[in-house]
Design a protein. Structure first.
Length: 265
């Protein structure tokens, strides 16, 4: 069994350790096939992803050469595998990836499970998403984005990462761990300064840690930033949190954060 990782620099791991993927074109080929998650990719799409606007004159032959090279490399890593992982289909080329073999697929699955679970078991949600977020070793593909398909996949995985962080913070706040997540929330809010959900959560964590003035200051700075950079006002959900803090809403305090306290209006 191989383990493919794209939540960071591209990695292929075997029981013996990490295996190299040599050359930018080979990395782009592997990344494109991986983010397709078992669906065939047309030869034309693969060629555009690998060469962009500088397509070689004999791109079909060039692509086939790279496919053959990838097959040999994967066969060498799994000499006992009866069939090649890379197969040809009417719709194009497909890289077979089993359950548990691609970190991005495992990560997305965990986020979807957390979304489906809702607020019922915050302890399990916090633990599951903490483990899922630990799969990230850096930017998707390690800052080597490839072509359009890989860039879109990278943006999709990054959005799932933001959602995972939001869900985990919600779970931690429901468990009353306001002080323990303050540093992480402040960092998330700083790094994603226009994402209102992190702002809401930071305000709640500050308020529940006895720092009402700081919580309201975060709101004022966010309101100013939204106005100056986007020309918009804070969302109803963000204003709802500000009002709850100003009125000392009891839903914001206690060991278990009330489910309504962080729900959008």
């Amino acid at each position: 069994m191989l383990r493919f990782s794209v939540l960071g620099a591209l990695e292929i791991r075997t029981a013996a350790g990490e295996a190299d993927v040599c050359g930018d074109l080979q990395r782009t080929l592997v990344q494109t096939l991986l983010v397709s998650e078992g669906r065939p990719v047309s030869g034309e799409s693969l060629a555009e992803e690998m060469w962009g606007e500088t397509l070689p004159d004999h791109r079909a032959n060039a692509l086939q050469a790279h496919i053959s090279r990838l097959r040999r490399r994967l066969r060498a890593l799994e000499p006992d595998r009866p069939t090649s992982r890379v197969t040809i289909h009417p719709a194009g080329y497909r890289l077979s990836v089993g359950e548990g073999e691609l970190d991005a697929a495992e990560f997305v699955r965990a986020v979807r499970q957390a979304e489906s679970a809702g607020p019922k078991d915050p302890e399990r949600t916090a633990r599951m998403l903490g483990e899922a977020l630990a799969l990230w070793r850096g930017p998707v593909f390690g800052g080597f984005p490839g072509g359009t398909m890989c860039q879109l996949a990278g943006a999709r995985y990054e959005e799932y990462r933001m959602r995972a962080m939001e869900l985990r913070f919600d779970a931690e706040l429901r468990l009353g761990r306001h002080a323990s997540v303050l540093a992480e929330l402040a960092e998330a809010h700083t790094n994603h300064s226009l994402r209102e959900r992190f702002c809401e959560q930071l305000m709640v964590a500050l308020y529940c840690s006895g720092r009402q003035a700081d919580a309201l200051d975060v709101f004022r700075r966010m309101r100013r930033r939204l106005d100056e950079e986007l020309g918009i006002q804070p969302s109803p959900a963000l204003r709802k949190v500000e009002l709850a803090i100003l009125s000392h809403d009891p839903a914001l305090t206690g060991d278990q954060l009330a489910p309504t306290a962080l729900q959008p209006v």
